[in-house]
Design a protein around this ligand. Structure first.
Ligand code: GTP
Ligand code: MG
Length: 342
């Protein structure tokens, strides 16, 4: 029951492509901003070590996965040297004591421990930069999925641009804030990657399915296999479809909106980037939710689990409107970005 789209024009596709490219150039942080993040991290680490001498702090999430915005939060994972893991009780105690310690840091404010969440964190606000951040403990799987996303981003620049476009779109439509009942940036990134794997020819491979041994290697973290192929230099010889897809970012963006509104059957299938063959909601026993997004490593984690029916409809409507807006050629005059229109 979607309206058919009018024929696309090359002129409009070229505008679409430029708008997508512009998302990336407008929002990606520059080298200075990247180094500021590292600097904050080192400063926090030495401060935290006064109380926890073995503490090691590491950035993850969009500060490291290749899809960061200038104002993205700082996702930080803390571990204690010589300690493999932490149990839930100790985790809460350390989070609370970490919060008391951070309250004494003159460069921070709004320190807030959140111990009821699945992953307990301390939130903070960094005054000088205006950046928000949170520290979690032993969030090891998140470090691995950050590396996985970074690898996909490194394969093809269209991956990176499209993930930025998706995040901008989600923010503009108000559907990109998990703490307010919608989906996280991470969930939208997984949706983009899944689309790019399913495109024909695909733009990216399924890195978790590439290996030269007969059997998939096992690298266990928290009981899950975090193996993926990361020797990207050799990808052209390991993956026969390498560089076969030559679509522009604009075409792919419209392709993505059409894919999730016209082709993908949310009722039947799971957004799943760890295998190329379709995974069904029935297989996973996840039939009570409409949008089902499987974490690539923690296979019990459905990123869409927290969506209400109302929010699900709101998100689907945003995609349907997006399909109409980006799929309907209009005369763009005067040009949005004069310098870029040849
Ligand atoms: P922005 O901060 O919006 O730029 O994107 P981000 O990729 O950093 O996302 P976010 O801050 O929401 O999440 C940080 C990281 O937490 C993700 O990149 C994942 O590595 C990890 N993560 C794992 N599971 C989840 C989950 O269920 N929800 C969220 N939000 N993050 C998860
Ligand atoms: Mg983040």
């Amino acid at each position: 029951d979607l309206d058919p789209l009018p024929p696309m024009t090359p002129e409009f596709l070229s505008v679409l492509n430029k708008v997508c490219e512009q998302c990336y150039t407008d929002f990606a942080p520059d080298e200075l901003e990247v180094s500021v993040r590292e600097h904050i991290l080192r400063d926090l680490e030495s401060f935290v070590r006064r109380q926890f001498p073995g503490a090691r702090l590491q950035l993850f999430g969009s500060s490291k996965n290749g899809f960061g915005f200038r104002q993205s939060d700082l996702d930080i994972c803390m571990v204690l040297e010589g300690q493999e893991s932490i149990d839930d009780g100790n985790c809460i105690i350390i989070i609370e004591s970490l919060a008391r310690q951070l309250k004494k840091h003159p460069g921070l404010k709004n320190i807030l421990p959140i111990t009821t969440a699945k992953v307990p964190i301390v939130k903070f606000y960094h005054i000088r930069t205006g950046l928000e951040g949170d520290i979690s403990l032993y969030n090891t799987l998140a470090l691995h999925n950050t590396r996985l996303l970074a690898s996909y981003a490194a394969i093809d620049r269209r991956v990176k641009i499209l993930c930025y476009v998706m995040k901008v779109f989600a923010k503009m439509c108000d559907i990109g804030d998990a703490s307010r009942g919608s989906l996280s940036s991470y969930a939208y990134t997984l949706m983009v990657l899944f689309f790019l794997q399913q495109r024909s020819p695909p733009v990216i491979p399924v890195l978790q399915e590439i290996y030269d041994a007969k059997k998939k290697p096992q690298v266990l973290v928290d009981g899950w296999n975090v193996y993926f192929f990361h020797d990207l230099k050799t990808l052209p010889s390991c993956w026969p479809q390498y560089a076969k897809n030559t679509e522009t970012v604009g075409e792919l963006w419209l392709g993505l909106l059409r894919f999730y509104t016209e082709d993908f059957d949310f009722r039947e299938h799971v957004v799943c980037i760890r295998q190329h063959s379709r995974l069904t909601t029935f297989n996973k026993q996840w039939t009570s939710k409409y949008i089902v997004i499987e974490d690539p490593f923690d296979l019990n984690h459905n990123l869409g689990a927290g969506l209400s029916r109302k929010m699900t409809n709101f998100i689907m409507k945003a995609f349907i409107n997006g399909r109409t807006v980006f799929g309907t050629p209009i005369k763009v005059f005067p040009p949005l970005y004069p310098s870029q229109m040849e």
